[in-house]
Every structure is written in structure tokens, then in C-alpha cells.
Ligand binder design. Structure first.
Ligand code: TRP
Length: 328
């Protein structure tokens, strides 16, 4: 079975955009591939060198992924900093990675601009650590969004370069797995664009009913249609798209007809939408709370994941040491 690995930055709670954009695909992939998921806590130090409570954020993310349906029996889930052999591979890749090429990476340039007081070497070598994350397990596929394509290119470059420098055919180049084409794009409800943490318009899986309602009720609308069967402007389209995602077809059709007949009452539609979002989130939210409260279970999941990942990474590192010429 092909191996798939993906890293998750522990930067915030999961929202509906994350769920339908990525996590749902992960949950499906665990049945088709040998998947491993990890929480990239080392990577998070590149932007947050003094994390507020990293252990806490890691455990919250872990609970959320479990609540969404990642099954640790099928797909080990581990914390990056629990698997030390990756660090050693990171060091070797760094020895064969060059300042010029690392400086040209767009996400590095972006970060250098947004955090000019902290242009650290970890930020510069983000792609070598990411390459080590994946190549330590010789994964075949990496599910990533478009924004990670350059990091994937660098990963393949480091794999090829290692083979060339040491005269071996050892690492193969991991493929990007673009599920985003199939994934559902969740809109924001603030008039335009998609749902996102940085957009400030996210509905989180852990939001309670009142919070969901508040967020939906302030969704941007307009004065209503002025013609029969009028094309919907973006804010309204977004409201309907959201309804298509979480409500049943009958509900969607009802409000769509109302719109087309110029009889729509956005307040009613929003109430229904809030209720349907809540109905979708409620079971996930309950599971998040249950997992989050079960520290022992979380410890066990992370430990089991770390054991499986360490085994696989240690095997690679034994071979890599030998290839480079270190004693076994
Ligand atoms: N760079 C990825 C992101 O920002 C996170 C990540 C770190 C990752 N290491 C990885 C993703 C390895 C896939 C494989 O989302």
C-alpha cells in the first residue's frame, strides 16, 4: 500500500473550511493508503519561538483530528518533536541545501517580510525540515494545498541531490497529492472569499450553538432580489453554498425557490442555516470535548504514533548514516 504522510501546523482550532477542505479527505485517505499524520510543533517555532502553551495546543489539535474521524489504529498520528531521527536527517539535508535556493522560497520571503525582526535560520530551513519529515518515512504521496507546492519541489530536489551526492538510488521523489480539486471550498459569510482563520470569518468545529448563531446571523446580505430568477451576487451565493454543504436538499431548494420568487427572508434562511451548521458540528464538538478531557487516551495515541513513526524513521536513518559513511 502506498504511504501517505501529512503535517499539520498547530496554529489554531479547526474550522469548517479546514474540515471540508482537507480533514474530510484525510479521513477518507486513511482507508486507501498507509497514512501517517503528525503535528508539526517544531515548524511552529519558526514563527512562534516562545509558544504560549504548545503542549496544550498540540493536544487540542489532536482531539480535533480524532473527533473528525482520524483513526489512530489505521493512521498513526504523532507529534513531530517525539520523533528524533527526523532531526538528524534535517541536519544532513541542511549540509546539502544552499542559502541562495532557500532564500528564493516564496514562503520564506513572505515570512521575512511579515516578521522582519525574526528572520531566523529555522524559517530559512523550513523546507529541509519538511523534506526530512516526509523522506524519513519514504512516503509516496503528500496531501498538500497549492501553497505547499514550492516546499514539495524543494523536497524532491533534496531527495535527488542526496542520491547524486552519495551516488545512490535511495530516496524517491514524493508526489504531491492534490485533493483540493475534489475538496469542497467553504465560503466565508462576510461577503466575499473563502472561510479562513486569517480572514477572521471562520466558524470553528468547537464553536458552541450560540456562537454559531451569532456568526451566521451577522452574515452579509443585501436588500433582496429585485427580479425573478435573478443571478445571486457573491454574498448571497456564499450563503447558499454554505447551505448546500450543511443542509439537506429540500431545505436548500426551499430557500432557493424563495429567492427565485423574490420571497426570500434572509433572517429565516440564516436561522435555518445556523441550526443546520450546529446540527453538523454538534457531534464533532462533543467528541472534541470528550477526547480533550481524556488526557490518558491522548497520551496513548501520541505515544503509539511516535513509536510507529520512530521505528520507520530510525530504519531510514540507519541506512542514511551508512550511505554517508558513518559507522553503523
Ligand atoms: N508546511 C505544512 C503547512 O504549512 C506543514 C508541514 C510540515 C507538512 N511538514 C510537513 C505538510 C510534511 C506535509 C508534509 O501546512
Amino acid at each position: 500500500m502506498e504511504k501517505v504522510i501529512s503535517g499539520i501546523r498547530p496554529t489554531g482550532n479547526l474550522h469548517l473550511g479546514n474540515y471540508f477542505g482537507a480533514v474530510k479527505s484525510f479521513v477518507q485517505m486513511q482507508n486507501e493508503y498507509q497514512c501517517m499524520f503528525f503535528i508539526a510543533d517544531w515548524h511552529s517555532l519558526t514563527t512562534h519561538p516562545t509558544p504560549d502553551n504548545i503542549r496544550n495546543s498540540v493536544r487540542t489539535i489532536l482531539s480535533e483530528y480524532l473527533a473528525c474521524g482520524i483513526d489512530p489504529e489505521k493512521a498513526p498520528i504523532y507529534v513531530q518533536s517525539d520523533v528524533r531521527p527526523v532531526l538528524e536527517l534535517y541536519l544532513y539535508f541542511n549540509m546539502n541545501a544552499y542559502l541562495g535556493e532557500l532564500e528564493r522560497v516564496t514562503s520564506f520571503k513572505d515570512k521575512a517580510r511579515t516578521q522582519p525582526d525574526n528572520v531566523n535560520a529555522g524559517l530559512l530551513t523550513y523546507p529541509t525540515l519538511m523534506a526530512a519529515d516526509v523522506l524519513a518515512h519514504k512516503a509516496d504521496k503528500v496531501p498538500v494545498g497549492k501553497d505547499q507546492e514550492q516546499n514539495m519541489e524543494m523536497m524532491r530536489l533534496f531527495a535527488r541531490r542526496f542520491n547524486r551526492i552519495y551516488g545512490v538510488e535511495y530516496f524517491k521523489e514524493p508526489e504531491s497529492y492534490h485533493f483540493s480539486a475534489k475538496a469542497i471550498k467553504v465560503p466565508g459569510l462576510d461577503g466575499s472569499g473563502k472561510m479562513g482563520k486569517s480572514e477572521g470569518n471562520a466558524i470553528y468545529l468547537c464553536d458552541d450553538e450560540a456562537t454559531i448563531k451569532k456568526k451566521v446571523m451577522r452574515a452579509v446580505t443585501d436588500g433582496g432580489p429585485t427580479m425573478l430568477n435573478q443571478e445571486k451576487p457573491e454574498p448571497i451565493r456564499n450563503l447558499f453554498t454554505m447551505m448546500e454543504i450543511v443542509s439537506d436538499k429540500q431545505t436548500y431548494d426551499y430557500f432557493n425557490d424563495q429567492y427565485n420568487n423574490m420571497a426570500i427572508r434572509y433572517g429565516d434562511m440564516k436561522k435555518q442555516l445556523a441550526a443546520d451548521i450546529n446540527a453538523f458540528c454538534a457531534p464533532i464538538r462533543e467528541r472534541i470535548l470528550q477526547y480533550r478531557a481524556d488526557e490518558d487516551y491522548l497520551t496513548r495515541v501520541a505515544r503509539q504514533g511516535a513509536e510507529r513513526a520512530s521505528e520507520s524513521a530510525e530504519q531510514t536513518l540507519r541506512e542514511v548514516r551508512e550511505i554517508i559513511g558513518f559507522r553503523k
